[in-house]
Design a protein around this ligand. Structure first.
Ligand code: AHM
Ligand code: MG
Length: 339
């Protein structure tokens, strides 16, 4: 008899049994994220047929122009969680200036729900118009007991405090990768049954790789240590496996997903006039750091472990170097002047 596919729902429910005090809320949050992902994947598959391509004409809190699909993906996440009142009390998104407090109000200005969901609804959205891969990133924090009042300050948690994190990759197939702190598990959407099915349990990133991933057009704006690191990777030295191959998709999720299987390093470094780089800590760098560390890799600013950074604002940016242990350590050596 063929083995039964392990669906995301079954996987989560089985893991929930390991936590006798679990209330089931976390399991439903994951199910709702999977629902949002299916809706986004479907909209994406119709791009070109329905009016979802191009820009909205608006600029988001990051100062970037908003793609129609950015907005649609953001609205999908919000709708899915607003309708399921009480599951999360706050939503923080790349596409929303302020946190949205969605938990049903209790008396005295308080709200129900103990989790906050941070998300980048459509990562790499400049890829959408040419039908390239994009993703979504999510991070779940336990922020407060129902009795506390909401404020942005309660949301400023370190990556190490995440309860769970993961991403969706909308490529030739739709893939969901997540961790709740006990390994990294990959699910693939089977469109025939509309379910995410376990396709790779306990992913492990190789301790070193042969691929580097960076927007080299920015080379002249990087600090000297970063330039020397990339010079080192591209130098010919067969004894140490160099030069590395360059692969850069313009979608962080896709580049990190590649690293999970083949190893290597992705970087979006600091630049002249942009000391914190481009990527956002709470819904890009920290969730991917959680995943990559759970898979045995590392994530760093070059000076500090990403997971240890205490944010000052929910939209804070951070330089990111992420991937195999050896390459991330090597990058730190160059950036900190040890090499
Ligand atoms: P986004 O979330 O607005 O799409 O920005 C994040 C993206 C990453 O996915 C990608 O690695 C990077 O920005 C690409 O930036 P650049 O075009 O500067 O190389
Ligand atoms: Mg992004």
């Amino acid at each position: 008899m063929e083995p039964q596919p392990i669906t995301l729902t079954r996987h989560i429910l089985e893991k929930q049994a390991d936590h006798p005090d679990a209330t089931g809320e976390f399991s439903i949050i994951m199910a709702q994220i999977a629902l949002a992902a299916k809706i986004i994947a479907r909209n994406m598959s119709l791009a070109g047929l329905i009016d979802v391509l191009g820009k909205t004409g608006e600029t988001n809190v990051q100062g970037e122009s908003v793609q129609k699909l950015d907005k649609k993906a953001n609205d999908t996440f919000v709708r899915v969680f607003e309708y399921h009142g009480g599951l999360v009390r706050s939503l923080v998104s790349e596409e929303m200036d302020k946190p949205l407090f969605v938990g049903p109000p209790l008396s005295g200005g308080r709200r129900q729900g103990k989790y906050a969901l941070f998300f980048d609804p459509l990562d790499g959205s400049s890829n959408v118009d040419c039908n390239f891969t994009v993703g979504s990133i999510f991070s779940i924090h336990r922020v407060a007991e129902p009795s506390t009042l909401d404020s942005e300050v309660n949301l400023l948690k370190t990556g190490a405090e995440q309860v769970a994190a993961g991403y969706l990759l909308y490529g030739p197939s739709t893939v969901l990768v997540y961790s709740y702190g006990k390994g990294v598990h990959q699910f693939t959407l089977d469109p025939g049954i509309g379910e995410f099915v376990l396709s790779a349990p306990h992913l492990q990133i190789p301790s070193r790789g042969k691929v580097y991933s960076v927007n080299e057009g920015n080379y002249d704006k990087w600090p000297a240590g970063t330039q020397r690191f990339v010079d080192y990777l591209t130098e010919k030295d067969p004894a140490t496996g160099r030069p590395y191959s360059g692969r850069y998709s313009g979608c962080l999720v896709a580049d990190v997903h590649r690293l999970l299987s083949s190893g290597g390093v992705y970087l979006y470094p600091a630049e002249t006039g942009k000391a914190d780089g481009k990527l956002r800590l709470m819904y890009e760098a920290a969730p991917l750091a959680f995943i990559v560390e759970q898979a045995g890799g590392n994530a760093s600013t070059g000076m500090q472990r990403i997971m240890d950074i205490r944010p000052e604002t929910v939209h804070q940016r951070v330089p990111l170097i992420i991937g195999s242990r050896e390459e991330v350590k090597l990058a730190e050596d160059f950036i900190q002047g040890r090499r």
